[in-house]
Design a protein around this ligand. Structure first.
Ligand SMILES: Cc1cc2nc3c(=O)[nH]c(=O)nc-3n(C[C@H](O)[C@H](O)[C@H](O)COP(=O)(O)OP(=O)(O)OC[C@H]3O[C@@H](n4cnc5c(N)ncnc54)[C@H](O)[C@@H]3O)c2cc1C
Length: 242
């Protein structure tokens, strides 16, 4: 089956995410009604207030804006990493309900692809071997079905393709981007994180104006393990903000 690449879509988000956050934050400091606060917010004043909020470190109002993504063409290795983020909601393709015998997609790591066609061919043959092991166990465990899939999947690799719907609020997204847009993060989750950052920046540019790896704030927190890609990261981010 063909190898696949990550595809990220923004499926839904809180309506007027920046205004929602601004109203939530403003009411902390005002005795005006919520309606009055919302009516008093122009696009310009919302942008100004969101920027001020970020500099104040008042983070909880940012939780009122949520973003839902569809993520496809990613590996089970990616799944293990992204699900470490606990302030998030996930729905993931099941390996119990969906058989891998007929349609077994997998991810080829770019570093293997760069080794050339022979390396990719070898990798693909290994994937096919595992698919055959899977089909064999599925058959021996009673044929296609939830119960046999459940155990046959133990011979499938981390490269197996998966897909998911993921929801995070903006506060968790900011934290996620700090960690996962960083070049110390594994390539696949980093690629997805940058795609997610681009999508949310289009709908809430002020909320995510400073979002990205920690080094954008000045100093890399990785110390001696610093990737040395700070200039590249800054350039990627400034192109996104244009
Ligand atoms: C470069 C890199 C390398 C990594 N290597 C490894 C590794 O070798 N092994 C490994 O196991 N993991 C590894 N991880 C995963 C890492 O340890 C975290 O599990 C993951 O990044 C999720 O981050 P988090 O816990 O900060 O955030 P989230 O789960 O997204 O939570 C957000 C924040 O909420 C707060 N929070 C959430 N839950 C709790 C809680 N129960 N108690 C207190 N505060 C909480 C914390 O402030 C946390 O930062 C790695 C991550 C990165 C980015």
């Amino acid at each position: 089956m063909p190898a696949v690449k990550p595809v990220v879509k923004l499926l839904q988000h809180t309506g007027n995410p920046e205004q929602t956050v601004a109203v939530a934050a403003k009411l902390c400091y005002s005795d005006a009604t919520i309606e009055e606060l919302a009516q008093g917010l122009t696009e310009e004043s919302t942008a100004k207030f969101i920027k001020r909020l970020a500099s104040m470190g008042h983070a909880s109002p940012v939780e009122h804006a949520s973003f839902t993504f569809g993520i496809e063409g990613v590996s089970r290795a990616f799944l293990a990493q992204i699900t470490r983020h606990r302030i998030a909601s996930f729905s993931v393709k099941s390996q119990r309900y969906v058989s891998a015998t007929e349609k077994f997609n997998y991810i080829v790591p770019p570093a293997i692809a760069e080794l050339g066609d022979d390396a990719v061919k070898e990798f693909e043959e290994q994937m096919e071997t595992m698919r055959c092991w899977y089909a064999d166990w599925q058959e021996r465990l009673g044929g296609k079905g939830e119960k046999s899939n459940e155990d046959a999947r133990f011979v499938l690799p981390n490269a197996s393709e998966t897909k998911m719907v993921l929801t995070m609020n903006a506060r968790e997204l900011l934290h996620f981007f700090n960690l996962r847009c960083c070049y110390r993060a594994q390539w696949e989750i980093r690629e997805v994180a940058w795609q997610m950052l681009k999508l949310v920046s289009e709908v809430a540019p002020n909320l995510f104006a400073n979002a990205g790896p920690n080094c954008l704030g000045g100093v890399c927190p990785e110390g001696p393990k610093c990737c040395g890609n700070q200039a590249l990261v800054k350039q990627m981010k400034s192109e996104m903000n244009k």
